[in-house]
Unconditional design. Structure first.
Length: 369
């Protein structure tokens, strides 16, 4: 029984049939989705999360939602890079840039959340509009440009992070920082966030900060990773460092990435970031042209990100963990990534197009195997 506001609600009957629950919540999201999609994407994101936050303040509602969305089982636990994840489904960077929604994501059943991309200084990002939905493709195009409130604000929020949730810190450089000084930006955010996150992600693969992807070239990337590993050694507790890579790299570049992971000793790879490719889209070329530049995520990225994961896993002989992200819109997509060699998976665009029950559907499917 759940007591709220002096009234008693019987909730056991609501949870009698798991299949009916999932169907109910999926149907509810499908009904609300057209209304949500009428709003400009950034506004829809903000309003949806604010509404969820307000709803969760009603006595008993957080417990009710967590009871529905969370799938808790020892069979789902996985240890990666020395960290024990309660389940292998995480929220990719970009959704909660400023660590504002950690408690809400825990309620929705995520095993881990990656905040950011965080930069040393606050920045507004690129001019709006900069976020576009592709409903027919279950995709998203964005050119956000690392909009965030900066590392100091992130640390302030992380000090009250919810217990039992693994949190990763995705770090990048400010737009005004030239590439030859980029290491300084990464080191600043790395050290500022060090005591407040469980792992780090080095983001040099976003297509939305001019010149950033040049840092993926072997020489500057090796310097950067070695610098961060030296910084890591100065701390008493180790924090795994992952490198997030683009899906647009050639096999030769992927071979360099494998060698760099093994040479520098970082923990592993997140594959992949968004793509600059526009191949195979259902959305008309005219609409795509009107949207302009930016990284494409969601279902159109699924096959390529899986291909990169499989290549890295096979060529490296599975010597380091891979977090798979890109086009996960259902349990089959998540399983595909895991079968290709990923140890964990992350969602973002799939959450927008499929709704919050996606996390539960994936975890239930993994348990059923």
């Amino acid at each position: 029984m759940l007591v709220a506001g002096g009234r008693t609600f019987a909730i056991h009957s609501f949870f009698n049939n798991q299949q009916k629950e999932s169907s109910y919540f999926c149907t509810m999201y499908r009904a609300l989705k057209p209304l949500i999609f009428l709003l400009e994407p950034e506004r829809a994101h903000e309003w949806t999360m604010v509404l969820l936050t307000l709803v969760c303040k009603i006595p008993g509602v957080s417990a009710l939602l967590r009871a529905f969305y969370s799938v808790e089982s020892a069979a789902l636990e996985v240890e990666v890079a020395g960290l024990k994840f309660p389940n292998p489904v995480g929220l990719a960077a970009g959704f909660d840039k400023d660590a504002r929604w950690l408690q809400q994501m825990r309620i929705l059943g995520f095993g881990f959340v990656e905040i950011g991309t965080v930069t040393p200084l606050p920045q507004t990002g690129n001019p709006k509009p900069r976020l576009f939905r592709l409903p027919e493709d279950k995709g998203i195009i964005n050119r956000m440009g690392f909009n965030n409130t900066g590392m100091v604000a992130a640390v302030t929020r992380l000090q009250s992070r919810p217990p039992g949730l693994i949190v990763g810190g995705n770090i990048g450089k400010n737009k005004i920082t030239p590439n030859e000084q980029a290491e300084s930006d990464y080191v600043q955010s790395f050290n500022a966030l060090y005591d407040y996150v469980d792992y780090f992600v080095v983001n040099v693969s976003s297509p939305n900060t001019p010149g950033l992807r040049e840092l993926q070239e072997r020489e500057p990337l090796q310097r950067l990773l070695e610098t961060l590993m030296r910084e890591q050694s100065k701390h008493s507790v180790g924090r795994p460092i992952f490198l997030k890579i683009a899906p647009d790299l050639t096999n030769a570049q992927l071979d360099d990435i494998i060698d760099l992971v093994q040479t520098t000793g970082i923990a592993g790879i997140i594959a992949t970031n968004t793509t600059i490719s526009r191949d195979g889209l259902i959305t008309s070329a005219a609409e795509i042209k009107q949207m302009g530049s930016g990284g494409l995520s969601g279902a159109p990225l699924r096959a390529r990100s899986t291909e990169v994961i499989r290549y890295l896993h096979k060529k490296s002989l599975g010597t380091f963990p891979i977090i798979g992200v890109g086009g996960i819109c259902g349990p089959k997509d998540a399983q595909e990534k895991l079968d290709a060699g990923a140890s964990l998976v992350q969602v973002y665009s799939g959450l927008v197009h499929e709704g919050p029950a996606l996390v539960k559907r994936i975890n239930k499917s993994l348990l059923a195997r």
